[in-house]
Design a protein around this ligand. Structure first.
Ligand SMILES: O=C(O)C1=C[C@@H](OP(=O)(O)O)[C@@H](O)[C@H](O)C1
Ligand SMILES: C=C(OP(=O)(O)O)C(=O)O
Length: 439
């Protein structure tokens, strides 16, 4: 397993392009695969998670190729997927498993969705339940975990469903099954969640209607090829945004980052904390809002973050906690129990790492409280465990910028699930980071 070693101090500067958006890359493959015709995907994220999705469709007879750095996918149509030879191994990727479960429920053939040890610990009852209501035959192993066994050839029926938590993965799963169902499928969102599925289904020619918090999609619609231009991933940019805020004498521009309103909670939270952060040249790219983000060293202050903001910044909390530890005053997060069921228990694992680095932190069931240390060295050095969670590893890497001694981080191979090239990009921006050990 690779380990990161970060020498203390440093500043971040320059113009950076972080890799493509993971959520949008997954959806681009899935929708292009079941569309009629050839789609071109530029800016596709070649991370382990998205490559797992790509391999799953290749195993179902969807061919792809590369042209001038773009990914070309030859769609097979809504009913053109073929039975794969074995289980579809989705690695560490929750998005692949939950969205594919909806798609597989509508196929004529049986399938098995499996994943690595981390993915096999994550809750899948949240997709098994609505799919079962739609008359799918889907079985998890004990406690509703992967592997998922899905029987094909079922007549699915549209449902009117309210998920128990705001989740783009549950919403997208139900809508994808809805494409194969008789009648209309309705999802009532209990809170705002990222809307990439709705935007991209629309771009592929699917009629999907929103009335307030309800989405409605009629079954039986065909998708038509579309060229997707994937923006840079705000969730990857988040580490550099926080790094530039907390390091002295720093100024970064992050180019072409997705700033979808259902995803940009971190921008609002950092601005509320006093970050010197500006969006430049806001524009639209293949149906998604994009901007350049300029960010400079900032004197941050602690804030309260409540349930209504959680899903808008769901993957950015590890980075936000690092910012909070460098702020003056206290940051309190509530309503964030969902963080406990990501690649790791991101509340406990971050709290443990922060405590190791000398930060005063207390944990509640649904959040945590961090008492910031705005002094020059907000963190001591120390040895932090990422628990095989990419976002934990990258967040603690940025803590090195305000540490008094070296920080080492375990289990960093998983960074490749979302951010291949993180170490090289961070070094080019000024972080003194080394990656050691075998992958
Ligand atoms: O739909 C997606 O692409 C994702 C949705 C989020 O999960 P939930 O929707 O379950 O909160 C997020 O944590 C995940 O990284 C990607
Ligand atoms: C939660 C994440 O991804 P997934 O659910 O796709 O594993 C993430 O990338 O932070």
């Amino acid at each position: 397993m690779r380990q990161f070693e970060i020498a203390p101090g440093g500043r971040l500067s320059g113009h950076l392009s972080v890799p493509g958006d993971k959520s949008i890359s997954h959806r681009a493959i899935m929708f292009a695969a079941i569309a009629d015709g050839r789609s071109r995907i530029s800016g596709f994220l070649e991370s382990a998670d998205c490559l797992a999705t790509l391999r799953a469709f290749a195993a179902m007879g969807v061919s792809h190729s590369e042209d001038q750095g773009d990914l070309i996918v030859d769609g097979v149509g809504r009913h053109g997927l073929q039975k794969p030879d074995g289980a579809l191994d989705l690695g560490n990727s929750g998005t692949s498993m939950r969205l594919l479960s909806g798609l597989m429920a509508g196929q004529a053939f049986d399938s098995v969705l499996s994943g690595d040890a981390g993915l096999s610990r994550r809750p899948m009852a949240r997709v098994i339940e609505p799919l079962t209501l739609m008359n799918a035959d889907i079985q998890g192993s004990e406690g509703g975990r992967a592997p998922l066994q899905i029987r094909g050839g079922r007549a699915l029926a549209g449902i009117d469903y309210t998920p128990p938590v705001a989740s783009a993965q549950i919403k997208s799963c139900v809508l994808l099954a809805g494409l194969y169902a008789d009648g209309v499928t309705r999802v009532n969102e209990p809170g705002v969640s990222r809307d990439h599925t709705e935007r991209m289904l629309g771009a592929f020619g699917v009629g999907i209607e929103r009335k307030g918090c309800q989405l409605a999609l009629a079954g039986g619609q065909e998708l038509h090829a579309f060229d997707v231009a994937v923006p840079a991933d705000l969730s990857s940019a988040a580490f550099f945004m926080v790094g530039a805020c907390i390091a002295s004498d720093s100024a970064l521009t992050l180019r072409g980052v997705g700033v979808n309103p259902t995803r940009r909670g971190i921008i609002e939270i950092l601005q509320r904390m006093g970050a010197d952060l500006l969006l430049r040249d806001e524009r639209e790219q293949a149906g998604e809002p994009v901007a350049d983000i300029e960010i400079r060293s900032s004197e941050l202050r602690g804030v309260d973050i409540g349930a209504d903001e959680v899903e808008l910044a769901i993957d950015e909390f590890p980075a936000i906690f690092i910012a909070a530890a460098c702020a003056s005053g206290t940051t309190r997060l509530t309503g964030a129990a969902e963080l406990r069921v990501k690649e790791s228990d991101r509340i406990q694992v971050m709290a443990d790492g922060l405590a190791t680095l000398g930060v005063d932190v207390s944990v509640a069931d649904d959040g945590l409280t961090i008492i910031g240390r705005p002094e020059e060295y907000s963190f001591s050095g120390g040895h932090v465990h990422s628990h095989e969670d990419h976002r934990i590893a990258m967040a603690f890497a940025m803590a090195g910028l305000r540490a008094s001694a070296p920080i080492t981080i375990d289990d960093c191979d998983f960074v490749d699930t979302s951010f291949p090239g993180f170490v090289e990009l961070a070094r080019s921006a000024g972080l003194d980071i080394q990656s050691r050990g075998m992958s």
